[in-house]
Ligand binder design. Structure first.
Ligand SMILES: [Zn+2]
Length: 200
């Protein structure tokens, strides 16, 4: 869980949304997997012709897009990059660098693609992540802001859109109002989630 992200947020600046490269620009490598909720921006070949994906995880209200890097040979998955002493989400450029450098050294054969979980399993998965986020905080009488990007490391497994995640979290906030709260953020037009303080 990317608690570190809470400390690394910088003020967002308005930015022009990055255009995903057209599929035709990809190297012709046979692998055309397009996991739901993770628009694939770039693909690289590793040494054994497994694909290393660069996929978009989210776009903030100001238009800045963020990416992850995942190898479909070994289980390499990178959701944050080091920036001085901080770990920040990937820009397309940085993600491409990481993917390219991984592809240059990885020799793993293509593995089976992760299956898309059904609705019930996906929901259980998401709920378990919310619970595991709340657990370390049991002793603290504090709120914990929950950002959709806190789930980046599970996105390849979940294979759902940000809208789906948000809708599910809103439903969970109604079902388990002692665990999670949802409130609209007028400034950005988004919904903000908070893990509520849990009893000892
Ligand atoms: Zn690899």
């Amino acid at each position: 869980m990317a608690l570190i992200d809470l400390f690394t947020r910088r003020p967002a600046e308005p930015a022009v949304p990055e255009e995903d490269p057209v599929p035709g620009a990809w190297p012709e490598i046979g692998e055309t997997w397009t996991p739901e909720g993770l628009p694939v921006a770039e693909r690289y070949y590793n040494q054994a012709h497994a694909v290393v994906l660069v996929a978009r995880t989210s776009q903030d209200p100001y238009g800045t897009a963020y990416y992850l890097v995942a190898c479909l040979g070994c289980h390499f998955l990178s959701i944050r990059t080091k920036y001085h002493d901080l770990h920040i989400r990937y820009s397309l450029e940085k993600a491409a660098e990481t993917a390219n450098s991984h592809a240059g050294t990885c020799r793993a054969l293509p593995r089976e693609l992760p299956a898309r979980p059904d609705e019930e399993s996906a929901r259980r998965l998401l709920h378990s992540w919310v619970l595991s986020t709340s657990r370390p905080r049991r002793d603290l009488h504090q709120y914990l802001d929950l950002d959709l990007s806190d789930f980046d490391s599970g996105r390849l497994e979940l294979q759902r859109t940000n809208e789906w995640i948000q809708t599910e979290l809103e439903a969970l906030a109604i079902e388990q109002s002692d665990l999670l709260s949802a409130r609209p953020d007028e400034r950005t037009g988004t919904v903000r989630f908070r893990i509520l303080p849990q009893p000892h």
